[in-house]
Design a protein around this ligand. Structure first.
Ligand code: SER
Length: 317
């Protein structure tokens, strides 16, 4: 029986993935861990305080619970990383290398590590960006994700570590608040709309970015991790996409439900980051290798969020 450790379980992705994994493995077999105190998202799970920079402490927790699979999600995102590049690089890289080394030493069955569309850069083709293409990331986050992809493939090729990865587009969920990403406007916008407030967007109205609703991201992650190893042919990281939209398009989808909602645009330092990323992604390799297919488009996502977010809003205040 597998025992799964989620590192970064209190974060935007972790708090939903932990629940997704408990449906596959059973709640008793999923251990939530984070550098911060447990939050309501991990209630009912065994929880460990864990700093992934501490290799020894991490290895001890892996031994203590007889962990066979690690989902290592802890990272500093794109916008936040630019505030302190050395710190972001150190955390993003040391954390991953610690986990890969532990996986090698302890023969862990599988490791999951998220990459991002931030691995692409200004010279990458922006429309239908292919799986294999020019990559010249110019944020510290993107540089760390690109280097991380190389390390994942290296550990797979040299040591047989079964590490799997997805280049997530912007992830949009209503169950938790994101922190420090360039795509996060597409989460904040729903909170402002439901509060009856005006939304000032930090990207221009026509900035297209690849995005994905959280239930699709959880499904993609678990589908990849549960796929037979021989189907997982890309050992750096898979392009996976669902929807692409601009701020004015997401605003229009909200206005269909809340006609009073208003938005204005005030691009800041995050605009050049968004401009360096693709508009849309070609994910045919993931579709062919392990059958990826999204369920939500923009309208379905907006309808679902506007229906379900209101009852959670008090828990964010
Ligand atoms: N959502 C991330 C960010 O904006 C990209 O992976 O930083």
């Amino acid at each position: 029986m597998d025992k799964v450790l989620v590192i970064g379980a209190c974060g935007q992705l972790g708090s939903e993935l932990t629940h997704g994994l408990s449906k596959v493995f059973g709640q008793d077999n999923v251990i939530a861990s984070d550098i911060s105190n447990p939050n309501s998202a991990v209630e009912g799970f065994q929880f460990e305080r864990l700093d992934v920079m501490d290799a020894e402490g991490t290895a001890e927790i892996i031994d203590k619970h007889g962990i066979t699979q690690v989902y290592h999600l802890a990272a500093i995102l794109s916008a936040k990383g630019e505030e302190n590049p050395q710190w972001a690089w150190n955390l993003n890289m040391t954390g991953l290398l610690n986990i890969l080394e532990i996986a090698k030493e302890k023969n862990l069955r599988k490791v999951y590590w998220p990459s991002s569309i931030a691995v692409f850069g200004p010279s990458t083709p922006v429309d239908n960006t292919p799986q294999h293409t020019v990559m010249d990331p110019n944020t510290v986050y993107g540089i760390s994700k690109q280097a991380g992809e190389r390390w994942c493939e290296y550990y797979f090729e040299k040591y047989g570590v079964d590490v799997r990865s997805i280049r997530y587009p912007g992830l949009i969920g209503y169950k938790s608040l994101p922190g420090g990403g360039t795509t996060d406007y597409a989460v904040d916008i729903y909170h402002k709309a439901l509060a009856g407030e005006h939304f000032e967007c930090f990207l221009s109205e026509d900035t297209y970015l690849p995005m994905m609703y959280m239930p699709d991201a959880i499904k993609a992650t678990i589908d990849l991790m549960e796929a037979p190893a021989e189907n997982v042919k890309v050992r750096s990281s898979y392009n996976v996409s669902a929807i692409s939209f601009s701020p004015s398009e997401i605003a229009a989808s909200i206005q269909k439900h809340l006609p009073e909602f208003s938005i204005s645009y005030h691009p800041d330092f995050r605009q050049p980051i968004a401009d360096s990323w693709p508009n849309s992604i070609d994910d045919s390799v993931a579709r062919n290798d392990w059958g990826w297919k999204e369920a939500y488009d923009l309208e379905a996502m907006t309808t679902d969020i506007l229906k379900n977010l209101p009852e959670l809003i008090p828990s964010f205040q």
